[in-house]
Design a protein around this ligand. Sequence first.
Ligand code: PGA
Length: 263
Amino acid sequence: MKKIIAGNWKFNKELRNKERAREFIEKLEKEIAGIENVEVKVFPHNLVLPYLAGKTKKVKLGAQDLHWTEDGSFTSAQFSACDIVNLGVKQVLIGHSETRFYFGVDEKKVALKLKAALKEGILPIICIGEDIKEKEEGKTKQVLEKQIKEGILPALAEFSAESKPEFLIGYEPIYAIAGFAKLRGKEPKSARIEDIEFAHGTIREVFSRAGYSEVKILYGGSSKPENAKELLSQAFIDGLLVGTASWSLPSFLQMIRIGESLG
Ligand code: PGA
């Protein structure tokens, strides 16, 4: 099955430059023209997303977040779901741990954002994951279950069984995300394969109990060319959500080629 490799440009300064971002995407498009076994996604910063939108063929662009309402007094809000649709963009990240940590996005807001995205037919990648303390206390299962039950299932419940919306899950254990590791003065390290397998199994089990089978899950957290083969070879990992390693074209391309060779 086709694996997904998604690059999250976050707040990378160089890639907030329009010309630099355009050049990156143009080169990426050229390099992946013959790729068949990998679906490539890129989530640029809001400043450059409108500029890149409509200019890609193979690369599927997405927004890094959205606001749940369409209009009103929300200083500094993100794009609304309609804004994203109007740009011709069809996917969005929701609940990324950095939005949870730095901008106070909680389960209630995740549910509101998710509902807004799904109503406009936008494909969401909903990010969940435990922090290091929760992991060490053996609470991974509990945390993931709570995030799914409080942030995701209430929004999905708004849709009838016949019109079940499509979505992707991004499992990103907070301790493995490069930026957070650096905050703690640690060398960023991907989670252990057995821990990812346990988490993905837990996520699938919770969704399956709620009537959603075959949920696709991307892994995120210090994925890079050096560990891409090991991660992408696992049947329980449907793809990678890549932060830091997606900011350099050669390293992002290397990961895509590894995915292609496994197909
Ligand atoms: P990272 O970020 O690859 O830099 O660890 C992943 C993410 O936060 O999506």
